[in-house]
Design a protein around this ligand. Sequence first.
Ligand SMILES: Cc1ncc(COP(=O)(O)O)c(C=O)c1O
Length: 487
Amino acid sequence: MNQKQAPLYEALCTYVATKNEPLHVPGHKDGQVFDQEARRHFASILPIDATEVKGLDDLHHPEEAIAVAQQLAAEAFGAEQTFFLVGGTTAGNLAAALAVCRPGEQILVQRNAHKSVFNGLLLAGANPVFIAPEIEHETEVASCLHPSFIKKALQEYPDIRAVWLTNPSYYGMGMNLKEAAEICHTAGVPLLVDEAHGAHYGQAEVLPESALMCGADLVVQSTHKMLPAMTMASMLHVRGERIDRNRLATVLAMVQSSSPSYPLLASLDVARRYLVQEGREKLTESIERLEQAQIELSRHLQSVTIWSGAEGIYSRDPLKWVIRSTQSQVTGYQLLEWLEEEGCTAEMADPRNVVLVFAIDTDRQVIERAAQALSRIDRRLMQVEQTVAPVRTGNSASLWLNAGETSVPARPLQEAFHSSYLVVSLDKAIGCCCAEMVIPYPPGIPLLIPGEIITGRHVQMIVQIRESGGYFQGALDPAMKTIKILC
Ligand SMILES: Cc1ncc(COP(=O)(O)O)c(C=O)c1O
């Protein structure tokens, strides 16, 4: 196919040029009716913020521009079929669960998954069997799974309907997906991959292979995270016969708006064109620069460490720098604040690390600015006396079982969500069954989900995250002084 075209964006340009009187929604009428002050920011985008009128196709029944744009994306990302998403990878994960699991069916899920995976399982009424991830010891974050764990779990639970992995992690750590896919297919089950953080994978030789290249059956990518699409614009890719695509299209229409945003959809179309036309080349050059800079920085930094890979971690995303204070004098949250003072806004922090995310086209100046900020923080850290005990993050990983061990919640997820609950103080909740999702944010991986037993370690961890500057989403009491438990 001709990857120079951007059919959906072009259809929108034609729509704008036609200058018909917009006697249809949206109410801003191509930008004519709008707040005066805000107009200067919105003015250029409103004319393409259109709706399903002639020539603009329909996301939920694509036959023209959207259909071709999706085919072009499928070709560029190595899928057989691609669905554009306007509700982020969140929408893709909800749909994936609903498409693959029927109520009561078992699915093997990597425990350190994003909350949208758990929400999908909840909506679908699926019964997850969780598999504990490995812990990367320098950064103390939950990382990936060794494929042999999956093989063992599939033997232990022969009724498993599908396997759902997250690769790469938010920290850019990855597993051997090819082997995982082979194991799944030998067992006759599809492999779903949440590749929210890896839309650029497989697009340059210096990068790890994409999940599709490794043989995954259904893959969701946040195109907006690592590729230049607008926020909330994601893609869901499918290959092979293991996924029922009609059912997938049906559930996608359930979890997504019936008025999907055209600027978001078109941003997927042009992000794909940019990637194929120039992004791939820039990606290779940018990675070379970043790797070189990381090596040089690591030589002279004394109190700051940039994670550079570890045994047991199969792959590392070179567009991410995971940074920590070498002696654990300060938390990741503190480093994030210092970076902010240096004029650099980082992606996220946890009790130990801070994560920087670079673009697929990163020039020398950007790298230089980050490097200077890190060098100044390094000097600042050298002045910090080790007056307090090193930060022990007790990262959420330590809450789970040993890597590869499986668990099932004490009560089924959906049943626990719908059951009556009590609110009790956190320290009184040990041994009780949790009735809500407790999600430190970022990274959005639930510490607890409805139906799981609250342990002393959970409580300790919640207090620790709260005290070191983290916050929680999803819980009734965002301060987490209290927690919902099942009656
Ligand atoms: C692993 C993972 N999956 C899914 C999501 C949800 O993606 P989106 O923001 O595109 O809805 C996130 C968001 O951070 C994530 O980290």
